[in-house]
Design a protein. Structure first.
Length: 604
């Protein structure tokens, strides 16, 4: 079988998914008259909204008699759990780099993993038609990156193509501005080796991705390592120690054709397939012929660095907007997530109504909460906290490499803010066009909640990229939020008259007519301490005439509405975010003021 397995590595927004769309069109995978959504690879709603790839996906195209399996990898380091395993399925990688932005930290993360596995990249400089393209400098950056990542001489001698995914051309000539993607297809066939596999050995298969189907149950995806598998063949699953987890049959085999999974009767070593028929086997397990007792070694998965508490929503408004509110539903959903997403760990609390969910970063956990919210769940979410560990020199905490691109005028503010968060600057250089690129090594703790502040400090023009770096020595106390909050002292509807009077106290987060409850946070206090207020207070009507006409004159500043990520980053340790399908509310963990006082005394 003439086959090539290749992964595409690219930073968020560098045009990977658009390029894959064009590969489909030009290989005849999509009929000319077929209506296909923009960015067909980013198929889930959140991916489309955020413009990022969260889940790895497999697709395949045929090019002049060769089948090319293309695996799309997540560009964001929070989803790195996926990346490491995916690269073990392929024999080559395409590194896609934006002609203006150059090699970015997430690209570094995935490329480092690919080079360590011995894969030889094809470098595609994309968006060469940008007015601010700096093609030669970007190529030099890629070369320097490979040297830093200790690439071999063979890997440093990489082929380069210049492309515009949007306009559907690639060329070996940097000045070409038209054509097709044929040079890219030909380069894949020539440069990526066919799978080196043993077709005659017994069947083995390493699970790299897992999803569920309502009809077929668990679907395991991966590459057939050796041998051949036929429909209904007896198989068993082994864990990393070689212990048999379960036995069963390959009740359904599917291969990728374009974006579709099509049923097949058999699959050979080297091909990437999906399989149904087992109920317990999961990611990193080996599925094999019953005669096989040695598992395939799987890539170790980087540890979670951040955790949040997911609790049953116990606010006075619980159950009004969501259909899934019980701890059992939340438990089943979280354990199902942990099953398919190996970078997430879930532990149940002793009282059984909250769960500690640990993951690789705020984005990954934020995506999980947003997904659950859209499925009808109601949750109470705590402030994220980093996971410490005991090292040789005492307590250690996770550090991240932070690369920031800002206009020169804002660089002083950013450096100052990062210093307050115990970050150390490791590099600072001009990146052209009046921008500066600054690199920091920062404890993850200090970065929680900084992104929103960073955007307002840089007037929305700054770009921040983060990447797990290492566990390092504990950096001591980091100052948190400076302001206190305004807390509603009762339940009812927010009144314009009361809100008007409260505006001078701070920044409001609710508007008139919104339902409130005791202990709910309605705004940020201008002072450092918390303040209980009455946002429901109506105007006293003293005589007949004053009852009309006067309230129309109240002009309120529009309330500051926080997104889910901003809310999670904003709250303090004694606060929670109430998440429902329609609302995001901030509240104190203890709604009753006496309980709050007791808890703060106990904490002190």
């Amino acid at each position: 079988m003439n086959l090539r397995n290749v992964a595409i590595i690219a930073h968020v927004d560098h045009g990977k998914t658009t390029l894959v769309d064009q590969l489909f069109r030009q290989s005849g995978t999509f009929r000319d008259n077929q209506r296909v959504e923009e960015r067909a690879m980013d198929s889930n709603d959140l991916e489309k909204e955020r413009g990022i790839t969260i889940l790895a996906k497999c697709t395949s195209v045929d090019w002049e008699g060769t089948r090319i399996n293309i695996v799309d990898t997540p560009g964001h380091a929070d989803f790195g759990g996926e990346v490491e395993r995916i690269l073990s399925m392929v024999d080559g990688v395409i590194l896609l780099v934006d002609a203006a932005e150059g090699a970015m930290p997430q690209t570094k993360f995935v490329t480092g993993k690919a080079l360590a596995l011995g894969l030889r990249p094809i470098v595609v400089v994309n968006k060469v038609d940008r007015s601010d393209a700096r093609i030669q400098e970007v190529l030099d950056e890629v070369f320097d990156l490979f040297v830093t990542l200790e690439a071999s001489d063979d890997q440093l001698d990489f082929p380069v193509l210049y492309a515009s995914g949007r306009n559907g051309y690639a060329n070996e000539d940097a000045d070409a501005r038209e054509g097709t993607l044929a040079p890219l297809f030909n380069k894949i066939v020539a440069h990526v080796p066919p799978p080196a596999v043993d077709v005659d050995a017994p069947f083995t298969f390493l699970v790299t991705l897992l999803d569920r189907d309502n009809f077929l149950g668990r679907i395991l995806t991966g590459r057939v390592a050796t041998g051949t598998v036929k429909l209904n063949q007896p198989i068993h699953a082994l864990d990393s120690d070689g212990k048999i987890i379960e036995t069963g049959r390959a009740s359904k085999l599917m291969s990728f054709r374009g974006l579709e999974r099509v049923p097949v009767d058999e699959a050979q070593a080297g091909d990437i397939i999906s399989m149904a028929g087992l109920t317990v086997a999961t990611v990193a397990n080996t599925i094999a012929d019953p005669s096989v007792s040695t598992p395939i070694t799987a890539q170790p998965i980087d540890p979670p660095t951040l955790s949040m508490r997911f609790a049953v929503n116990d606010s006075p408004m619980a159950g009004r907007e969501g259909s899934k509110v019980t701890s059992r539903m939340i438990r089943d959903r979280l354990f199902r997530e942990a099953e398919s997403n190996v970078a997430i760990r879930v532990t149940e609390s002793e009282d059984k109504d909250s769960f500690e969910v640990a993951g690789r970063g705020e984005l990954q956990l934020g995506v999980l909460i947003e997904t659950m919210r859209r499925e009808g769940f109601e949750l109470g979410i705590s402030r994220p906290r980093v996971l410490f560990r005991d090292g040789a020199g005492g307590r250690e905490e996770p550090y991240e490499t932070v690369v920031i691109d800002v206009d020169e005028e804002h660089s002083g503010t950013v450096v100052d803010k990062m210093n307050q968060r115990k970050a150390e600057m490791t590099d600072m250089r001009p990146s052209g066009g009046g921008k500066t690129r600054i690199t920091f090594s920062a404890p993850s703790r200090g970065l929680i909640g900084y992104h929103g502040e960073f955007l307002s400090d840089t007037r929305g023009t700054g770009i921040m990229n983060r990447l797990f770096e290492k566990y390092g020595p504990y950096k001591g106390q980091i100052e948190g939020r400076k302001n206190g909050v305004l807390i509603s002292n009762g339940a009812g509807e927010a009144n314009a008259y009361a809100l008007n009077a409260l505006e001078e106290r701070g920044i409001l987060m609710v508007g008139p007519g919104e339902p409130l409850y005791e202990g709910m946070i309605i705004g940020e206090n201008a002072k450092p301490d918390d303040l209980e207020v009455n946002p429901m207070k109506a105007k006293q009507l003293t005589n007949f005439r004053a009852s009309g006409g006067k309230d129309d004159a109240i002009r309120l500043t529009p309330p500051r509405k926080l997104t889910l990520e901003q809310a999670i980053a904003y709250i303090d340790d004694d606060e929670m975010v109430e998440v429902t399908p329609k609302s995001i509310r901030l509240r104190k963990r203890h709604l009753d003021p006496h309980e709050r006082k007791r808890a703060s005394r106990a904490a002190a």
